[in-house]
Design a protein around this ligand. Structure first.
Ligand code: 2AM
Length: 195
């Protein structure tokens, strides 16, 4: 099965993100926006996994404090001149640390180690949807329009939350967009989030 590790978003933030997307949607064409129900913050993408049990067992060993997140700003990967992924940004100093622990817990299982963690929440994708383009894959006109709109407006504020858990998700590819299912929950310990 195709797996990834991610944080879930609180309802209030999900609603603000979806209101922001709803304002942009009618003003651009040909952009594949992510279904609201699919909003998440990826910690690590695993791809096809033969032994999900071992992944679960290893992720259970992780000890980490709850993670405070302040969702603000929006931008593009790889950059606003050749945009392919449209994302909402976040300030979350502890998130890279948690992503590193996930990476370390799963090391030796054959997953590519993350070179650098860029925390983001994907709002829209173009083309293959892969973080890196296929050779020759171009940024579509709709995405260029979107980049002009976003660059010309104030950074949006989506609110703050504290993540007390993270999840192992399954992603099933479907014609109408990927279907994500939570397989396992992992608690983030301690009483107070470290900011
Ligand atoms: P994203 O976080 O930038 O949206 C499930 O597919 C999640 O894993 C997506 O949220 C996606 O990126 C992330 N991901 C990272 N690398 C990926 C890859 N090579 N293929 C598909 N998804 C990937």
């Amino acid at each position: 099965m195709r797996l990834f590790v991610a944080l879930d978003i609180e309802e209030a933030i999900q609603q603000r993100l979806s209101a922001y997307v709803c304002e942009l949607k009618p003003r651009v064409s040909g952009v594949r926006f992510v279904n609201n129900a699919n909003f998440h913050v990826t910690l690590k993408f695993l791809g096809e996994v033969a032994s999900p049990e071992e992944v679960t067992q290893r992720l259970r060993q992780i000890e980490h404090a709850p993670v405070a997140l302040n969702f603000r700003g929006a931008g593009f990967f790889p950059n606003p001149r050749a945009p392919r992924i449209f994302w909402a940004g976040m300030e979350a100093p502890l998130l890279a640390d948690l992503a590193k622990k996930v990476d370390t817990a799963l090391s030796g299982m054959g997953f590519a180690a993350e070179k650098e963690y860029h925390p983001h929440l994907t709002l829209a994708r173009s083309g293959s949807g892969r973080p890196r383009p296929y050779p020759g894959e171009r940024s579509p006109e709709g995405f260029q329009q979107l980049a002009r709109l976003v660059d010309g407006s104030a950074a949006p504020e989506f609110g703050t939350m504290t993540a007390h858990e993270f999840y192992l998700y399954e992603s099933r590819l479907a014609p109408g967009g990927a279907i994500y299912t939570k397989l396992e929950r992992f608690a983030l310990g301690g009483t107070d989030p470290i900011r």
